[in-house]
Design a protein around this ligand. Structure first.
Ligand code: HEC
Length: 234
């Protein structure tokens, strides 16, 4: 083999992969145009653009800083890359009270307006793309607020009643909470957990932002037909 063929071979093997995996996706996704829902659908004329502002944006930064993405993905794969739709309520709710089956795959537009797309590194824990939906529909106990569920989960996940013994758990994040002396009647926000005598545990500002972010995770809005890759829901 001549040196020239060898170099051409190298360029072809690495260059084509680099073009297909890095360069083409970069140009396709760097400036996404808003897509309008087609005539004849329920959302006709509306622009497909989820809004994320304020505390939710701060919460995304806390999510990043604490490495939540190391164990949690936020991508429901397009069906051509391996069906994710069978995982219960990951892609949306199989049985939403108002909208029926809302499960669908994630698309690049779902991350519009986010400064970083937290697609995640591994799936040690459940995918969180639609955690906000699942939480409100399935997890809350009578009278419990969504924030409270999240605070107890992050403070001491293995205390949750619905966890099966021997299952991997989310690591505890007690450092996101403040332990402080009870003043007067104590705080309304205090968690019902053991703290030292005369002290209480209250959520800190970071975990409050993180809770807003987690509650906002609802990536199951109806998509325009050109973004719906799933051949069927099963
Ligand atoms: C070491 C891996 C790991 C890290 C890091 C991690 N988690 Fe988890 N997480 C898990 C596992 C495993 C579960 C499933 C068991 C459970 O519910 O505790 C889980 C469950 C959850 C759930 C419940 C999801 C559901 O639908 O049942 C939420 C919400 C969650 N994690 C949020 C977070 C947040 C926020 C962070 C970052 C502050 C984080 N996790 C960091 C492993 C992790």
């Amino acid at each position: 083999m001549s040196l020239r063929t060898f170099i051409l071979g190298l360029v072809a093997s690495f260059g084509i992969a680099w073009l297909a995996v890095v360069v083409i996706p970069f140009f396709k996704m760097r400036s996404l145009e808003p897509i309008v829902h087609a005539e004849g659908t329920e959302q006709a004329g509306e622009v497909f653009f989820p809004k994320r502002t304020g505390r939710i944006v701060n919460g995304a930064a806390v999510y990043a800083a604490n490495g939540c993405y190391l164990c949690h993905t936020q991508v429901i794969r397009p069906t051509y890359a391996g069906n994710d739709m069978f995982r219960s309520d990951w892609g949306g709710l199989a049985d939403d009270e108002d909208r029926g089956d809302t499960r669908r795959e994630t698309n690049a537009w779902d991350f519009l307006g986010e400064s970083y797309a937290h697609i995640g590194v591994t799936r040690m824990g459940p995918d969180l793309s639609n955690f906000g939906r699942r939480l409100e529909a399935n997890y809350l106990e009578e009278g419990q607020s969504p924030e409270d569920w999240i605070y107890y989960h992050l403070y001491r996940p293995f205390n949750r009643a619905d966890l099966r013994i021997g299952r991997a758990t989310c690591p505890p994040h007690p450092f996101l909470f403040e332990k402080k002396k009870i003043a007067g009647q104590g705080s309304d926000e205090a968690l019902d957990v053991d703290a030292c005598e005369g002290h209480e545990v209250v959520p800190g500002s970071e975990v409050k932002a993180l809770a807003s972010y987690l509650i906002s995770l609802k990536k199951d809005q109806a998509v325009p037909a050109q973004l719906d890759f799933s051949p069927g829901k099963k």
